[in-house]
Design a protein around this ligand. Structure first.
Ligand code: DAH
Length: 347
């Protein structure tokens, strides 16, 4: 019987030491120490049948075997646990030699890029940048730039007036500015001539949205007020700006009409779509309108509280959104207001 006990001990210890996880250890425990059918348990159950002098010795030995098996089980359990922890530490260890994962990098929006170019051109010519409100009064947006309430030219700039119900604001007093020309009067008031400034910003007009129309768009206004300024100065300035912003373009001027300038001049550039052959975009003219301009009307000075005598100057307004489209070969205005990164990443 003692031999059997020794065999069981050796067998059990060998199995325990080879076990790899807690489940295996539990199986082994049941195999040897299980209450009803454990190998050692069954053997111990036979003890009462032994002669008394043998019973004491074998009984003690059986207890030692049981203890050894239990201790070995415990020790192996701890060893397995420790190894598991070491493995986790190993896999979670930070490898500082691995190449870094860079966050995705963005880039400037086409409008911002174009604005920067515009800014450089104006800076070169000695113009300062000023900005003004997008929510503007009817007074500054129209009246002070010589577009009184009954001016027919207001109709061409269908406006978003603010909903002033339940407020103390007079209906029709505030609107989303329709043009950066609101800055003409503001600049005259704020800076006082002589000065040369430009002012970029968002403008809004009621319009149905399609590839070439939107209800929001960017413009920039250039304003120069000084002594002895002539139309020639204006034409030279526009020619320089357009050729700097659109290298290689051809420029042509024609007369126009705007309330705030007299005389008024429109600049056309060679159609970038058809190259001048004529297409639906340029209405078969071969040229497309790019900006409005003219010599500042005396009423604009007066509205800003300045005596027009002695001052001469000009102003011009150009579509910044339009320019961004031309420069990036984008044929749909909506791209500029789209926030879909799959589209914006292309520019
Ligand atoms: N504000 C005009 C528009 O949005 C453009 C313009 C025309 C601006 C003539 C000017 C100007 O400064 O002199 O259609």
């Amino acid at each position: 019987m003692q031999d059997k006990l020794i065999d069981i001990k050796n067998e059990a210890v060998a199995q325990i030491l080879a076990a790899k996880d807690a489940r295996e250890l539990e199986d082994i425990r049941v195999e040897y120490l299980g209450k009803s059918a454990g190998k050692l348990t069954l053997l111990i159950k036979k003890l009462p049948g032994l002669p008394p002098e043998e019973k004491a010795i074998v009984g003690q030995f059986a207890n030692e075997v049981k203890q050894t098996i239990e201790e070995t089980l415990q020790a192996q359990k701890k060893a397995i646990q420790k190894e598991k922890e070491a493995n986790i530490a190993e896999t979670e260890k930070i490898d500082v030699t691995l190449p870094a994962v860079f966050p995705p990098e963005g880039h400037l929006h086409p409008i911002t890029k174009t604005l920067k170019e515009v800014y450089e051109v104006f800076k070169f010519m000695g113009y300062q940048m000023i900005t003004g409100p997008e929510i503007e009064t009817d007074e500054y947006n129209f009246t002070r730039v010589n577009m009184p309430k009954d001016a027919p030219s207001r109709d061409a700039q269908a406006s978003f007036y603010l909903d002033t119900r339940n407020s103390k604001i007079y209906p029709g007093e505030y609107l989303l500015r329709t043009q950066t020309s609101n800055m003409q009067s503001r600049a005259l008031e704020r800076i006082r001539p002589p000065f040369r400034v430009f002012s970029p910003g968002k403008c809004f007009r009621v319009d149905d949205v399609d590839a070439s129309h939107g209800f929001e768009f960017w413009q920039f206004e250039g304003i120069l007020i000084d002594k002895n300024i002539t139309v020639t100065n204006l034409l030279g300035t526009l020619d320089f700006i357009l050729k700097s912003l659109l290298p290689g373009t051809e420029v042509r001027f024609k007369s126009g009409h705007f309330g705030f300038t007299e005389p008024s001049i429109e600049a056309m550039i060679r159609c970038t779509i058809c190259g001048g052959r004529g297409c639906p975009y340029c209405k078969n003219l071969g040229w497309s309108e790019i900006l409005g301009s003219g010599m500042t009307h005396p009423n604009v000075y007066k509205a800003a509280g300045i005596d027009p005598r002695g001052w001469t100057g000009f102003a011009f307004g150009m579509g910044l959104s339009r320019l961004a489209l031309l420069k990036n070969q984008i044929d749909d205005l909506r791209v500029l207001t789209n926030s879909d990164l799959r589209i914006l990443k292309q520019f």
